[in-house]
Design a protein around this ligand. Structure first.
Ligand code: DX5
Ligand code: ZN
Length: 220
């Protein structure tokens, strides 16, 4: 089993006038997952796409749709995103009044469960649920926009979560999301991330050479 990290490009930085061909290009460029940022203008001060768009993207690729729900309340939409074709459904603990119930709703749809921590959100919020989920998404920027600066203070939190997962012998992926670039990607891996999300670095560096940028993030 390759111990190379998985790369999950965020389509928030893609050209929204041609999301379909952008997703196909990402698959051709070697993306492991497709990171889809859903924002409702309420949980975060930005508005992006809903289940309809995901439903239209689904037939274009077999790649895992790593759906990051920055919406609240989140429960009402889980079924819609599951039916639209999400493979991993990640929510924020602050977006539900009952974390266990939200986990159950996602599992009922036979989807993988992720929980995301904003930079200032504490591990205590999620540590009791680690045995029930598949992925922890550690945000290294305040949620809402691509192209922000990486916040290195989340690396400590990443190491602590990695330690807890190891000590309990759990199989939980750690994904770091926000401001990942060619300089900080190795720090993110050293801290314990095995999946890296990147939007602006992948779409903008090296004149938008997706394949090259994905490879550099994976190998550095
Ligand atoms: C921010 C999103 C991130 C963002 C990553 O709220 O969750 O996934 O799109 O984009 P970059 O890599 O540009 O920070
Ligand atoms: Zn995201």
């Amino acid at each position: 089993m390759s111990n190379l990290v998985k790369i999950s490009p965020s389509i928030l930085s893609a050209d929204f006038s041609k999301l379909g061909s952008e997703v196909i290009s990402l698959e051709k460029a070697g993306a492991d997952y497709i990171h889809i940022d859903v924002m409702d203008g309420h949980f975060v001060p930005n508005l992006t796409i809903g289940p309809e768009v995901i439903k239209n993207l689904r037939p274009l690729t077999k790649k895992i749709f790593d759906v990051h729900l920055m919406i609240s309340p989140v429960n009402n939409f889980i079924k819609d995103f599951a039916k639209a074709g999400a493979d991993i459904i990640t929510f924020h603990p602050e977006a539900t009044d009952n974390i266990s119930n939200t986990i159950k709703l996602i599992k009922k749809e036979n989807k993988k469960v992720g929980i995301s921590l904003k930079p200032k959100s504490k591990i205590d919020l999620i540590k009791d649920y680690l045995s029930e989920i598949d992925l922890v998404l550690i945000m290294s920027v305040e949620p809402g926009f691509g192209g922000q600066k990486f916040m290195p203070e989340v690396l400590e939190k990443t190491k602590s979560i990695k330690e807890i997962i190891k000590s309990k012998n759990l199989k939980v992926d750690i994904e770091i999301d926000g401001g990942i670039n060619f300089e900080n990607c190795s720090m993110a891996k050293k801290a314990g991330a095995n999946i890296l999300v990147s939007g602006s670095t992948i779409f903008k560096e090296n004149k938008g050479n997706l394949k090259k940028n994905i490879e550099i993030l994976r190998k550095n």
